[in-house]
Design a protein around this ligand. Structure first.
Ligand SMILES: O=C(CO)[C@@H](O)[C@H](O)COP(=O)(O)O
Ligand SMILES: [Fe+2]
Length: 248
């Protein structure tokens, strides 16, 4: 089983005037990565930020935190190079936003976003470094998992949205879990991310279905004890992964 449990707070619900500090706070509380929601007011009815903000954040937090870019934008093709230059590590686009997913996957791969696949963090020795761009493919609640399937072997991560994209703090859609279950059964090593309404009350369903990359916004960021929430989410997913490997 190649995948492991990773928790990525969505900083959408944090104090946006203190974004750099909020990212650092999440990393200090045990986050494995940071989930950055880019919204263009066209693909979704909300606007957040773009690559200039990502560039500033990268400078503020240094080279290590892994930036998972959730691109809720029309024409995701146009932001691949700017996001690579700004310091993104993974570029997750929506299947609904492009007519040529194959070409976009190729463009992202060739964009030179830095990620060390040898270890989660770049090892000290330059000889061991191998830079690699990670590709994520997201589907909205109304898109079937069969539409994503033809691309699953070309991507690193599938994102199953568990709310309609656009806003934090929405209710978790449990009826998305069969999609996760199906993906896990068909692609046992694929990273599968869930995003939207995920927190201590809903994590068990995500973990049992087979999700291993967990985005959690309001449940983590607005908690008085984000460290405990992150630890709880991670424990539940790790336990489910262990159970899955024993059942095989
Ligand atoms: O992409 C999105 C929303 O479109 C998410 O990343 C949310 O921002 C997650 O926040 P919560 O639903 O966990 O509060
Ligand atoms: Fe997101």
């Amino acid at each position: 089983m190649a995948y492991t449990a990773k928790i990525g707070p969505s900083i959408l619900s944090s104090d946006l005037s203190q974004l750099g500090r909020e990212c650092e706070r999440m990393m200090e509380c045990g986050a494995d990565y940071l989930h950055l929601d880019v919204m263009d007011g066209h693909f979704v009815p909300n606007i957040t930020f773009g690559h200039p903000m990502v560039e500033c954040l990268r400078k503020a937090v240094g080279p290590n935190p892994f930036f998972d870019m959730h691109m809720m934008v029309s024409r995701p093709e146009q932001w691949v190079k700017p996001m690579a230059a700004a310091g993104a590590n993974q570029y997750t686009f929506h299947l609904e936003a492009t007519t040529n997913p194959g070409n976009l996957i190729k463009e992202i791969r060739e964009s030179g976003m830095k990620f060390c696949k040898v270890a989660d963090k770049c090892p000290k020795s330059k000889a061991n470094r191998s830079s690699y761009t990670r590709v994520g493919l997201a589907i909205k609640p109304g898109t079937t998992v069969e539409e994503l399937a033809p691309w699953a072997r070309q991507i690193d991560m599938a994102l199953v949205m568990t709310v309609e994209p656009g806003f934090g703090g929405q209710r978790f859609m449990e009826d998305m879990m069969p999609k996760v279950n199906w993906l896990r059964s068909q692609f046992p090593s694929l990273d599968i991310e869930v995003d939207g309404g995920v927190g201590p009350d809903t994590i068990h369903r995500c973990a049992e279905a087979g999700a291993n990359m967990i985005v959690s916004g309001s449940a983590v960021v607005s908690s008085s004890d984000p460290r405990s929430v992150i630890a709880l989410l991670k424990d539940v997913v790790l336990e489910a992964i262990q159970k899955r490997s024993l059942d095989r």
